[in-house]
Design a protein around this ligand. Structure first.
Ligand SMILES: Nc1ncnc2c1ncn2[C@@H]1O[C@H](COP(=O)(O)OP(=O)(O)OP(=O)(O)O)[C@@H](O)[C@H]1O
Ligand SMILES: [Mg+2]
Length: 271
């Protein structure tokens, strides 16, 4: 195997939250959400993070995107620690790493036209240039018509709205997309379209994609390498097929069993 050159990486990240004191003179407790996590993504690569509710997935994305500072460990972008980077490096990091959230209905402002919403990151990240040209490029990339710009979020279906949310994340021309449960609020019938779009973007734009979900089948469909997280620790890393056929960690086995139960229940409608 050739040497991996991660674009975005976390090394030995640990994060704990303090708990309220149980009695006046008892020492404050703490709760470890992430414990010594190593995780990374290269350009043109889709990696997955899968785990049960409460495992620490969203906390990991908040740290990976620089929204939260870890108690210990490092987050490196292009080899530079984002928390000791200079201002120019921080600015390029903020443009280069963008997020797609679970529910586009709550992540898009209902009173804002789609065109205005798409320009929002350009304004907040102070990106200059031909914004109209960029809007058109990005709409083409996500497969939406230009007429979308004048419309409001309520005029779109859930799948189209998630395309709009992806378009907004693409506006600053990022190098990594971090998608936290991007299809779990969508109907099963349209989930595959959004997953295929993400896969195409990885290939066509040489993007790094971090894809997070609690459903192993959805992660396996979209990514080439999957980390399984349980109670704040990475318990297994492997290729999707390996994890399905030869899961070693008990938590991975549980995720495989959950998929098989759901799929036999849906009898053919799942991915
Ligand atoms: N700010 C905080 N203060 C205290 N505890 C927190 C905080 N944020 C998260 N937690 C706890 O950390 C744990 C992990 O939460 P996190 O949201 O990262 O899990 P998750 O894997 O994303 O779950 P889900 O699948 O439900 O989205 C949970 O037990 C949560 O209650
Ligand atoms: Mg979460």
């Amino acid at each position: 195997m050739s040497e991996r050159r991660p674009l975005l990486a976390m090394q030995q990240v640990t994060q704990a939250y303090s708990l309220p004191r149980t009695a006046l003179f008892s020492p404050p407790g703490s709760f470890t959400v992430l414990d010594s996590i190593d995780f990374d993504v290269c350009a043109g690569e889709a990696v997955g993070l899968v785990g049960e509710s409460g495992a620490g997935k969203t906390t990991l994305t908040r740290i990976l995107t620089g929204m939260e500072r870890p108690q210990s460990g490092h987050v490196l972008f292009d080899g530079t620690d984002i928390w000791s980077a200079d201002q120019a490096q921080r600015a390029s990091f903020r443009r280069a790493v963008q997020m797609v959230l679970q529910n586009p209905r709550s992540s898009l402002d209902p009173r804002m036209r789609v065109g205005t919403a798409l320009l929002e990151p350009m304004r907040s990240l102070r990106i200059e240039g031909d914004h109209v040209k960029r809007l058109h490029e990005v709409l083409d990339q996500v497969g939406l018509d230009r007429s979308a710009l004048e419309r409001f979020p309520h005029e779109f279906s859930g799948g189209q709205l998630q395309r709009i949310a992806i378009a907004r994340a693409l506006m600053p021309n990022p190098r990594v997309l971090v998608a936290d449960e991007p299809v779990s609020a969508l109907d099963v019938s349209i989930q595959a379209q959004v997953l295929n779009l993400l896969k195409d973007l990885v290939r066509d734009l040489n993007l790094g994609l971090v894809f997070i979900a609690h459903d192993l089948s959805v992660v396996a469909y979209t990514t080439s390498r999957v980390s399984v997280i349980a109670s704040g620790r990475i318990v297994e890393v492997g290729q999707p097929v390996e994890l399905f056929t030869r899961p070693t960690a008990p938590q991975t086995k549980n995720l495989v069993d959950a998929v098989l139960t759901v799929e036999s229940g849906l009898s053919g409608t799942a991915l």
